[in-house]
Design a protein around this ligand. Structure first.
Ligand code: PLP
Length: 404
């Protein structure tokens, strides 16, 4: 049984008030709240373990290293990766994508080569490729979508050429909520012999993701969006590709030996992890993943999809509302506009009622341009949200509407 009210007790912040209203937190696509086990693990590690990892012979350093590397194994298991060599700790999806664009770009891309992305990408899967364009004159090709917010597979197939070197696409849109048919996108790319990188920032926290089943070549996600700490994330990559890619940053940890004449690099995954990692955050991330595993990712997905359907129905019943993203396969994100109320006004007034939503372009300006809008209001759900909270949101929107 999925007892959402019992689950909520694990998240102390959900009990607080905002402007004398009980907090209704519906900005989970931006970041999620943290369960007690995650916060406790951070406090405990700083109070009783703290020491730098990998380099120390002393007891605490070894203990911290053990926690850090156990966390890597927990991530590996969570994604069903083949080996911990394929799990690179980063600061989050953004850093993962920058690492990928830099290093994959160095190893495999030449002037005139092409990378396929989609119209619904977050800036973190656009701008790193544009930065690469300044070093190498690569071409970005864009998969279009239909009015429901679904990628057009036939158009996608037409984008491949002999210059295509990579497909880099989001699994779930942080604006439209569309769950892209990622397995199919990967299968098609592989038919052309092209590797695929998946921005899984909005999928790993919400639906089961198995990298071997997807057969993706790279996959990125952020810890803070899956109930873990800020400042930690993951880049998964197939060993055979990572082996051929150069380091992203230089410094401690990523070397085997250094002299002024010649430096050799460490083995995977350390080659990509220069400097002291946030080893306390990796432990917190592992606790968050364990928390999700205990609840069951399938159960979390079912709960959130029920919330999404419920909210879609309720919003549609309001009338005079425009919803962006009505894909058949839709996840826990709903973007909308109410009448001609500016999204910023809506968000600000809902906030006064204790309801936290997001407004703006959601770091997807090209998508906004494609939709011909400036921004939207967005609600996004997590494993602890309830139908009651959606009712509060709807009542809040009605109240705001009366004010206009
Ligand atoms: N990709 C998508 C689809 C996202 O929704 C986000 C964050 O909202 C990111 C990437 C960037 O994540 P982060 O800011 O944690 O690096």
């Amino acid at each position: 049984m999925y007892d959402v009210y019992k689950i909520r007790e694990d998240f102390p912040i959900l009990g607080r008030e905002v402007y004398k209203h009980p907090l209704v937190y519906l900005d989970n696509a931006a970041t999620t709240q943290k369960p007690r086990v995650v916060v406790d693990s951070i406090v405990k590690e700083y109070y009783s373990v703290n020491a730098n990892v990998h380099r120390g012979v002393h007891y605490l350093s070894q203990l911290a290293t053990e926690l850090h590397e156990t966390s890597r194994e927990i991530v590996r298991k969570f994604l069903n990766a083949h080996s911990t060599s394929e799990i690179i700790f980063t600061r989050g999806t953004t850093e993962s994508m920058n690492l990928l664009a830099y290093s994959f770009g160095e190893a495999f891309l030449k002037d005139g080569d092409e990378v396929i992305i989609s119209v619904m990408e977050h800036h973190s899967n656009i701008v790193p490729w544009q930065i690469l364009q300044q070093r190498k004159k690569i071409v970005l090709k864009i998969i279009p979508m239909n009015d429901k917010g679904e990628l057009l597979l036939e158009e996608y197939k037409k984008l491949f050429s002999e210059r295509t070197k990579l497909v880099s696409v989001t699994h779930v849109s942080n604006v439209l909520g569309t769950i892209n048919p990622i397995k199919e996108l990967i299968r098609i790319a592989h038919e052309y012999g092209i590797p695929v990188a998946v921005d899984a920032a909005q999928s790993v926290p919400h639906i089961p993701v198995d990298v071997q089943d997807l057969d993706c070549d790279f996959l990125a996600f952020s810890g803070h969006k899956i109930y873990g700490p800020t400042g930690v994330g993951v880049l998964y990559g197939k060993e055979v590709l990572l082996e051929q890619m150069p380091p992203y940053q230089g410094g401690g940890e990523m070397i085997q030996s250094v002299s002024f004449e010649h430096t050799t690099y460490n083995t995977l995954p350390f080659k990509f992890e220069a400097g002291t990692p946030d080893y306390v955050a990796t432990t917190g991330l592992a606790k968050a993943l364990d928390y999700c595993t205990t609840l069951g990712m399938e159960n979390i997905a079912l709960h959130e999809q029920e919330l999404t359907r419920y909210a879609m129905d309720k919003l549609n019943q309001l009338g005079d509302i425009r919803i962006f993203g009505e894909a058949t396969e839709k996840d826990a994100v709903i973007s909308f506009q109410v009448g001609n109320i500016h999204h910023l006004d809506l968000g600000t007034l809902l906030d006064r009622l204790g309801i936290a939503i997001r407004t703006g372009h959601h770091c997807a300006e090209p998508l906004m341009r494609f939709l011909g809008i400036e921004g939207t209001a967005r609600v996004s759900f997590a494993l602890y949200n309830t139908k009651n909270e959606i009712d509060t949101l709807i009542a809040g929107i009605e109240r705001v509407r009366k004010m206009f």
